[in-house]
Design a protein around this ligand. Structure first.
Ligand SMILES: [Zn+2]
Length: 1045
């Protein structure tokens, strides 16, 4: 039976992950509280017992939400009693009034609080790690809760969410000097997670895929189920980084306790137990890689990163390999020698850093030294680490004021977005102290010391003096675009935005009017950016640039390169990179100057923008491109505004260098991401780096690892903070080593595997035809799944498709990857492909997970508790998500669908008018009455409206770099329905197979591999030899190569 589609909410069968969680009540919801009025500190359900509500609500659903003219699709879905006539509005009075009768509407209204979001993290108080350990123990009895329906699963003692008790030995970390990280030794049912139990997929006719290749769709691994189970689990449990060795799924919020190993938010290894030799790794088919997101945002409840100052000496480092001091370095000779965990070199300890050790070899001051106890720390660094005097970050806003930008409303929206970003602190409190144009310190949206400047451009460029002593901003026009200079000098251009608030506000408010009469259709982008970079050359900084038409004027003018006859042929890949020497040169100059750029690009009417060339600047400099492929002002302005604000307020550093070190026996083989690397082996350079950016690192063997020792990894990011401090952020990661690859298979982090594969595939897009890349993704999946069969001598019959426990959802993610706009077959504009390619290269595990498989919530069947804090725990009740398949979509249903980039509100054509009215208010009671340009929900006092807004607020807090707004997709009415269909990735779409067919196909090839009959298809396209692709890539990385190479 269907697991999600045909059951009333919260009445799942035993073993369903949606069942109530272990009775622990830790006050740690990973959620944002909802909008005003619905989040009182006390009970959100006054005067009514939950049971009573459940009954009332179900009945209400029946009365209110089922369209009269439509037969009930599934009689079991809604309770049979009380079948009032559904097509008669008079008998219903609307859901609103019924909810009012329940005491919700009035109650809520009287307690509503205007200070929205002020206390949005009020429930986020974190407990101590010890409590978490208890929680693990308590949950032992519920081991079956998260397991799949497959009975072989339920026997697994080591399922990721089985909640096994932590053995005492594992909790002793603080007492040990450098605890061995050896999950391999603990894995026999003792770790709180990660068993190695595989999932065999049964079919109606017996185990495995039948001879006809039939797979029971209900039995195949479900990403929503895995996510929902983990989401519930991590509401009640923390993630202690030395005790647990498999991070939660990427899209699941969690609170990590740094015990010396960095939080998975900063670093995720593909394998947390590493095979000792290259041969045993290649037998698994798995890549050995690390996904690094060095400035990842912390969740409320997590400790901030310690910032340590060693003065002029700087942080202690290994003399031989230059690794930074970390919890895994050990002290010898009474504290006089420091043994490096990377290269084992025994360093002398400087007198300044010396402290004696106790009899067990632990430094006596260890507990007071965060660098010896925390996996992620920051060091303030002295002058020798400076390239130039660090100052607060300079933000230069560069605004397109040419014809399209003005006419499309893009300029006005961008200006208001910048104003919001700089001055709207989002608390909506009465601002009575703002009259003098001065903001108190806590209202700064950017740190003290950082400054802003403004430049506009069309055929000419215009610089603005916003000095606080002026009456209004002065414009200086530079019409010589052949040989421009910065007329103000960088000192006059950059000002404190809070001292010059009135001048900047006036400028940005007037800009759209000022240029409304301009008839300059062609912007000159490259010369403007060259001037912008030169204005930042002495300090470094960040450019935020808007652009609304192809820059066809002046030096560096671009033209239409993307023509349909170039698609699908060998030379198509030229469209995915720039051929313009001027843009390449400027990118290098940017990074050299410590400058990075974020673009906000609107393509008018979907026209070509040469994202490959323009976005090259942001990709090389560590920035980001926000792309609105068919910008329509009323619909997209809110998203634009929110994304500008996110860009300005997220943690941002600049002038950055990154280096990754690892234990002897391993070496970095390649990096994948958006940065500049001059030569192989050189440090990665970033003009800017922000909280959302991730980098993939691949490792290869240059020797054999010692299975008695752990493998260590250290990422050092040298950068200048937005506040103007030069720092190194160290991220330390440890993995155990095993002689036996089958041991390693128990510690696979599938989302790290998917992430590194995605990043490398994106890197290959400019080298290989798309068909080769899709084939390589297929072959890689076969390698990995067949590798598992060969490595683990299980008892499964050869004809059965066996998915390793920790790779259960891997196949679906890879299918999602082959369907994404970067790699999919069929027609796709090169702008979309290139944009997606660059996104993949920098996406965090969270953002990529959502991007490859969206989260979908049915709104017509929300339980009454959903979207409100649980009165007992304070956690937001997060409703279950459903599979991304049209087969799960119900007639008359309404769904929120979010892939982390856009969030659709999809309505079935026969959705109940009452549901629409509850969401959008009186008068909005048909799909036709809705404005397709709507991007947010009104604030109403209906229960459903509050639920959906709360869920959106929660989703907004579990997301990457893109803002959450809604886009309406009405069945049969809106073009965005195409996006909805595209996001149902389990179906046959995007020029690729359905999930079921994909598994059948993989299974057939795995069987052929096991029987020695497999023919690889990596290089099958384009007339290349089968080995062609492998050989081409073998020298670079092991990722794409088969086990025999
Ligand atoms: Zn060393």
């Amino acid at each position: 039976m269907s697991s999600y589609g045909h059951l009333p909410p919260y009445q799942a069968p035993a073993g369903d992950p949606r069942q109530s969680q272990p009775g622990t009540q830790q006050p740690r919801p990973p959620v944002a509280a909802g909008p005003a009025g619905y989040q009182q500190g006390g009970s959100p359900y006054p005067q009514s017992t939950p049971n009573l509500q459940q009954n009332q609500y179900n009945q209400t659903q029946q009365n209110g939400y089922q369209y009269g003219g439509t037969p009930v699709q599934d009689q079991g879905y809604f309770p049979p009693q009380g079948q009032a006539p559904m097509d008669d509005p008079g008998t219903m009075g609307g859901l609103t009034s019924q909810m009012g009768g329940m005491g919700l509407g009035g109650e809520v209204a009287t307690t509503s609080r205007p200070g929205k979001k002020k206390h949005r993290h009020a429930y986020h108080n974190i407990d101590q790690p010890t409590v978490a350990a208890q929680a693990f123990n308590q949950s032992t009895g519920n081991a079956a809760q998260y397991v799949n329906q497959d009975t072989s699963q339920q026997m697994s003692a080591g399922h990721p969410y089985a909640g096994q008790p932590i053995t005492p030995g594992m909790s002793q970390f603080p007492a040990q000097a450098s605890p061995a990280f050896s999950p391999g030794l603990q894995s026999s049912g003792q770790t709180p997670s990660f068993g190695g139990s595989p999932q065999a997929i049964p079919t109606p006719s017996g185990p495995g895929v039948s001879a006809q290749g039939r797979v029971d769709p209900e039995q195949i691994p479900s990403i929503p189920r895995a996510r929902d189970g983990a989401t519930q689990y991590y509401m009640n449990h923390v993630y202690p980084t030395m005790e647990q060795h498999l991070p939660p799924p990427g899209a699941v919020p969690f609170v990590a306790i740094d015990q010396g190993n960095s939080s998975p938010k900063f670093a995720r290894l593909t394998l947390n137990n590493i095979p000792a030799t290259a041969d045993s790794l290649s037998a698994t088919g798995l890549p050995l890689g690390l996904i690094l997101q060095p400035l990842a945002p912390l969740q409320a409840g997590e400790n901030s990163i310690p910032v340590l100052d060693f003065g002029e000496l700087g942080p202690p480092r290994c003399r031989r390999c230059r690794a930074y001091i970390n919890p895994f370095m050990t002290f010898k000779s009474g504290g006089n020698k420091l043994v490096c965990n990377m290269c084992t070199f025994p360093n002398d300890v400087s007198p300044e850093y010396f402290a004696p050790t106790d009899p067990s070899g632990v430094r006596v001051d260890r507990a007071q030294r965060p660098e010896l106890t925390a996996g992620t720390v920051e060091y303030l660094v002295p002058k020798e680490y400076w390239a130039k005097e660090p100052v607060g970050l300079r933000w230069l806003f560069v605004l397109d004021v040419s014809q399209d930008a003005v006419n499309k409303g893009f300029l006005a929206a961008f200006c208001s977005g910048v104003l919001d970003a700089l001055y709207d602190d989002d608390t909506e409190t009465v601002e009575d102290d703002q009259s003098g144009g001065e903001a108190s310190e806590e209202k700064r949206m950017i740190p003290a010391g950082s400054k802003v400047g403004f430049v506009t451009f069309d055929k000419a460029m215009h610089f603005y003096n916003c000095n606080e002593n002026l009456e209004q901003a002065q414009m200086l026009v530079m019409s010589d675009i052949e040989d421009p200079f910065v007329p103000l000098g960088s000192e006059g251009l950059f000002v404190d935005p809070y001292k010059s608030k009135s001048i900047i506000t006036s400028l940005l408010t007037n800009l759209p009017k000022l240029f409304s009469h301009g008839k300059s259709p062609e912007p000159a982008l490259l010369p403007t950016l060259e001037s912008a970079v030169s204005s930042l050359s002495t300090t470094g900084g960040k450019i935020v640039c808007s652009l609304a038409s192809l820059p066809t004027w002046g030096p560096g003018r671009l033209h239409l390169r993307d023509k349909n006859d170039l698609h699908g042929i060998e030379t198509e890949k030229k469209l995915f990179q720039t051929e313009h020497p001027g843009f390449r040169k400027l990118a290098g100059k940017m990074v050299e100057s410590g400058v990075g750029i974020d673009f906000f690009i609107a393509a008018p009417a979907g026209r070509y923008m040469d994202i490959a060339t323009i976005g090259h600047l942001s990709a090389m400099s560590g920035g980001e491109t926000f792309f609105y492929p068919n910008y329509v002002a009323p619909r997209d302005s809110l998203q634009l505004s929110k994304e500008i604000k996110h860009t300005v307020t997220r943690d941002t550093g600049y002038q950055a260098l990154m280096k990754v070190r690892c234990s002897n026996g391993l070496q970095v083989s390649s990096y994948h991401g958006n940065f500049l690397q001059h030569t192989f082996g050189a440090d990665l350079e970033f003009g800017v780096i922000d909280a959302d950016k991730a980098v993939g690192v691949m490792f290869s063997y240059d020797g054999k690892l010692d299975a008695k020792l752990d493998a260590h990894f250290q990422c050092a990011l040298l950068y200048t903070t937005a506040g103007g401090e030069r720092r190194v952020r160290c991220t330390n990661t440890v993995a155990s080593v095993s002689e036996n690859a089958s041991e390693s298979m128990k510690f696979i982090d599938q989302e790290a595997v998917v992430n590194i594969i995605a990043k490398e595939a994106a890197t290959r897009m400019i080298e290989r035809p798309l068909k080769d890349i899709r084939n390589a993704l297929t072959e890689k999946s076969i390698d990995i799944l067949a590798g598992y069969r060969k490595t683990i001598s299980g008892s499964h019959p050869p004809g059965q498709l066996v998915l390793p426990e920790n790779l259960k959802e891997f196949s679906m993610y890879i299918l999602g990857l082959t369907k994404c706009r970067a790699f999919k077959a069929g027609h796709e504009p090169s702008d979309r492909r290139t944009h997606t390619m660059r996104q993949l290269k920098s996406m965090s595990p969270l953002e990529l997970s959502l991007f490859l498989y969206p989260r979908i919530i049915p709104l017509h069947s929300l339980s009454p508790e959903s979207g409100f804090p649980d009165p007992n725990t304070g956690h937001l009740v997060v409703p279950p998500t459903i599979r991304a398949s049209f087969s799960r979509i119900e007639e008359g249903g309404a769904y929120l669908v979010d892939d982390g980039q856009i969030c659709l509100l999809w309505f079935h054509a026969q959705v109940s008018p009452n549901l629409i009215e509850d969401l959008f208010g009186p008068g909005k009671n048909s799909l036709q009455s809705l404005d397709p340009m709507t991007s947010s929900l009104p604030v109403l006092e209906t229960h459903l409206n509050a639920q959906v807004r709360n869920i959106l607020a929660y989703w907004g807090s579990v997301r990457g770099s893109k803002a959450i707004t809604i886009q309406i997709a009405r069945q049969g009415l809106d073009g965005s329905e195409y996006e909805f269909a595209r996001m149902l990735v389990e179906d046959r779409n995007n020029e690729a197979q359905s999930y079921v067919d994909w598994l059948v196909n993989l299974h057939r090839h795995i069987q052929m591999e096991l029987s020695g009959q497999r023919r690889r298809e990596d290089g099958g396209g384009g007339g290349m030899s089968t080995m062609g692709m492998e050989n081409a890539m073998a020298g670079i990385t092991s990722l794409w190569t088969g086990k025999d190479s």
